[in-house]
Every structure is written in structure tokens, then in C-alpha cells.
Design a binder for this molecule. Structure first.
Ligand code: CA
Length: 232
């Protein structure tokens, strides 16, 4: 895990310092920013492997920073939320954050989350050496190994989570999974968040994949049970 770069954007110096101390001990390379504007600048220039992003920040808040970073980068973003309303907002807004963690959090949990989000990036990296494994589903082509997806021949931009969820369901077509199962299997660890994360990711996926996201053809809801991928 050494040499991985983590950018901490958090205006409370005491919190920033303790995170920095603990992550440095794990061998991460750390940069800090104490307001949204300089955080965004560092995110774009220093090119971290993961961003820890507080929400209430001076000058530019975490929601705006997240949106701006997402316009140009797929770097994993872990939002630091302080209260339930912020969690609702992170889930409700289509910000493209990969994950969130609610304050106060333990350092072990934070580090587990950081590593989990980074592993996902690593798995999708180095696509050049990985052979293609293209599956066709209707007007979709999914390259399960290279993390690429095309609809009618045009590449779609999915976040890692979206792709992981799609891959998991598509590889097990027509099998229904509960949201709890999907959290455990796709998010990959004992997840402390809630199952709305799954619903939000499904909604974003549908908006990207489906011709009409209110009448999906691929990612289907089994009422009262969960979701499945339907092969056309
Ligand atoms: Ca703050």
C-alpha cells in the first residue's frame, strides 16, 4: 500500500491531523487542504489515488468539489459526513462520490474503507495487459475484464462502483439479489452504510444504460426482494 497518495480536504485541523498521522503510519503519502478551493486545486494537480472530502468547508463546499473533480477524474472520493441530512444529500445528489463515512468514525474503519476503495481502482487499472472478455447484452457490450462498456457502440462513463455492480449482476443474469447481499458482495466488506447506497447506484446505472430509466430493460427490480440483470 505504500506510495499511494491520499488527499485530505478537511477544515478542522484537529481531525485532519489525526487522519494524517494514522494514514502516514500506514505508509500513505499525504497532502492536506483546509478549504474547498485549494482542495480542488490539489486534487487536480497532485493527482491523488483517493480523496477524503469533508462537506462543510470554507470557500467551496464538498459537494461542489466532488462535482468538479468528477468532471475530469474517476479518482475514488470518500465523503466525510457529519450528520444524517448530509448522508441523504450525498446519496440523493448525483455527485459521483464513491463512498461516505459518518463522523465520528474510528481510524480502523476509515483505513479499511480507504483500502477497499483503492483495491477497486487497482483491479480496474492496467487494462492493457488484461485480455478482453466482451459480453453482448442487447445493445450493450460489456468488457468485463477491461471495465469498458459501450451502448450502441458508444463508450459509457461509469464510476467503479457502478461498473462493479453491473458486472456482478450481469455475470449472474436473471438471479435476484437483495440489497443487503449486493452491499456485501459488491461493496466488498462489512459495510456500515445503508442499503440506499445500492438504490442510488442502481438509479445512476439505469440513467446511463437504459433508453428509459423509468422503464428499465436490463436492471430489473424484483419488488420486495431486490434487483437482477435481465438478458435481452
Ligand atoms: Ca468541516
Amino acid at each position: 500500500m505504500s506510495d499511494k497518495k491520499v488527499l485530505i480536504i478537511e477544515d478542522e485541523k484537529a481531525i485532519s491531523d489525526i487522519i494524517k498521522f494514522n494514514l502516514a503510519k500506514e505508509g500513505f503519502d499525504i497532502e492536506t487542504a483546509y478549504d474547498g478551493e485549494s482542495g480542488l486545486k490539489k486534487a487536480l494537480e497532485w493527482k491523488p489515488d483517493l480523496i477524503l472530502l469533508d462537506i462543510m468547508l470554507p470557500i467551496m463546499d464538498g459537494f461542489q468539489v466532488c462535482k468538479k473533480v468528477r468532471e475530469v477524474s474517476t479518482v475514488p472520493i470518500l465523503m466525510l459526513t457529519a450528520k444524517e441530512e448530509e448522508v441523504d444529500k450525498v446519496l440523493g445528489l448525483e455527485l459521483g462520490a464513491d463512498d461516505y463515512i459518518t463522523k465520528p468514525f474510528g481510524m480502523r474503519e476509515l483505513i479499511a474503507r480507504i483500502k477497499s476503495n483503492m483495491r477497486r481502482t487497482e483491479r480496474s487499472a492496467a487494462p492493457q495487459t488484461t485480455p478482453s472478455q466482451i459480453q453482448e447484452y442487447g445493445n450493450l457490450e460489456i468488457d468485463l475484464n477491461r471495465y469498458e462498456i459501450r451502448k450502441n457502440g458508444i463508450a459509457l462513463e461509469l464510476t467503479l462502483r457502478e461498473f462493479e455492480l453491473l458486472k456482478y449482476l450481469a455475470e449472474r443474469e436473471n438471479k435476484v439479489f437483495s440489497r443487503e447481499q449486493l452491499l456485501e458482495e459488491v461493496w466488498g466488506y462489512e459495510y456500515y452504510g445503508d442499503i440506499r447506497t445500492v438504490d442510488v447506484t442502481v438509479r445512476r446505472l439505469r440513467e446511463k444504460l437504459e433508453d428509459d430509466s423509468s422503464d428499465p430493460k436490463y436492471i430489473m427490480t424484483k419488488r420486495g426482494i431486490g434487483y437482477y440483470f435481465r438478458r435481452l
